[in-house]
Design a protein around this ligand. Structure first.
Ligand code: G3P
Ligand code: CA
Length: 257
C-alpha cells in the first residue's frame, strides 16, 4: 500500500465526497481571487468547496496565484517564481481589487489548508505551473498537499491542464485524486485520463453536453466543468448529471450539497 492510500480515503466513481458547487478562485470576482478573503466571502454564500490556483515561489513553496506574473493581482511585478516566499509575503494581493481588501496577503497552500480543514471545507487545487516548471510544481504541490491534508476525511482534489504536472503528482502522491483540465475535448480524452490515473474530467463547460457526461460516467469518470456563471446553463448541466460546477457567481448560484 502506498503512503497516500494509507492515510486518505479512496475517491472515485463509487465514492465522491465533494459538493456539486465549487467557488472559482475562492469567490470568483467578488473578492480578490486566490486570497483567504475570497474564501471567506464564498463561504458567506454557503459554498463549501473552493477551486484555486497554485504555483511555486523561487524557494519552491506552493502559493496561490493564477497568473505566471505578479502584475495583475498584486503590488509586485515580474514572474512569481522570481520571488521567495518571504518576498511574496510583503506584497498586497487585495488592493488591486478594491480598497476594502488592501493589504490582503498572498496565501500559502499551508494557510489555505488550515482554514479549509478547520471549517470542514473541501478543495480543488489547480496545479498551475509557471511555464517550464511543470514537473517540479506537480511534485511539490502534491507532496505539500499530502502532508497538509494528512488524516483528513476528504482529500484535496488535484487538477491541472498540465499532463506533466499531473504525472509528477501521481508519482509522489498516487493516492490523491486527480482531474485532467481540458479546454476542448480531444477524441482521446478517456485514454488521457486513464493514462494519468484520473478520477475526473474537468472541462470548459462549452465542450460539454449530455452525451459526453453519460460517456464519462459509463467509463467510470466523474465530470466537473468551469466556469459557469449563468443560472440556466448551470441547471442544464446539473440536469445532465454533472458532478462539479465551478462558478464565479457565488452570490447568484445557490450551492447544492
Ligand atoms: O480549474 C478550472 C478553471 O479555474 C480553469 O481556468 O484560468 O480560471 O484557472 P482558470
Ligand atoms: Ca483555476
Amino acid at each position: 500500500m502506498n503512503q497516500a492510500a494509507s492515510i486518505l480515503p479512496v475517491v472515485g466513481a463509487a465514492h465522491w465526497p465533494y459538493p456539486r458547487h465549487i467557488a472559482h478562485r475562492g469567490a470568483g470576482k467578488l473578492a480578490p481571487e486566490n486570497t483567504l478573503a475570497a474564501f471567506r466571502h464564498g463561504a458567506s454564500f454557503g459554498y463549501r468547496m473552493f477551486e484555486f490556483d497554485v504555483k511555486l515561489s523561487a524557494d519552491g513553496k506552493p502559493v496561490l496565484m493564477h497568473d505566471a506574473t505578479l502584475d495583475r493581482t498584486t503590488s509586485g511585478a515580474g514572474r512569481v517564481d522570481a520571488l521567495t516566499l518571504g518576498e511574496l509575503a510583503a506584497l498586497d494581493a487585495g488592493g488591486w481589487h478594491s480598497p476594502a481588501y488592501a493589504g490582503e496577503p498572498v496565501p500559502t497552500l499551508a494557510a489555505i489548508a488550515r482554514y479549509t480543514r478547520a471549517n470542514g471545507f473541501h478543495v480543488n487545487i489547480e496545479i498551475k505551473p509557471v511555464p517550464g516548471n511543470e514537473c517540479r510544481t506537480g511534485a511539490a504541490v502534491a507532496l505539500d498537499a499530502l502532508a497538509l491534508w494528512q488524516g483528513a476525511d476528504v482529500p484535496p482534489l488535484l487538477s491541472s491542464f498540465s499532463e506533466e504536472a499531473l504525472d509528477a503528482a501521481r508519482q509522489v502522491a498516487p493516492g490523491l485524486p486527480r482531474a485532467l483540465l481540458l479546454d476542448k475535448l480531444p477524441a482521446d480524452w478517456p485514454a488521457r485520463l486513464r493514462r494519468l490515473g484520473c478520477v475526473a474530467l474537468d472541462v470548459n463547460h462549452r465542450a460539454l453536453d449530455a452525451a459526453v457526461i453519460a460517456q464519462a460516467h459509463a467509463d467510470g469518470f466523474k465530470v466537473l466543468c468551469y466556469t459557469v456563471n449563468d443560472a440556466g446553463r448551470a441547471a442544464e448541466l446539473l440536469s445532465w448529471g454533472l458532478d462539479g460546477l465551478i462558478t464565479d457567481a457565488v452570490d447568484r448560484l445557490a450551492p447544492q450539497p
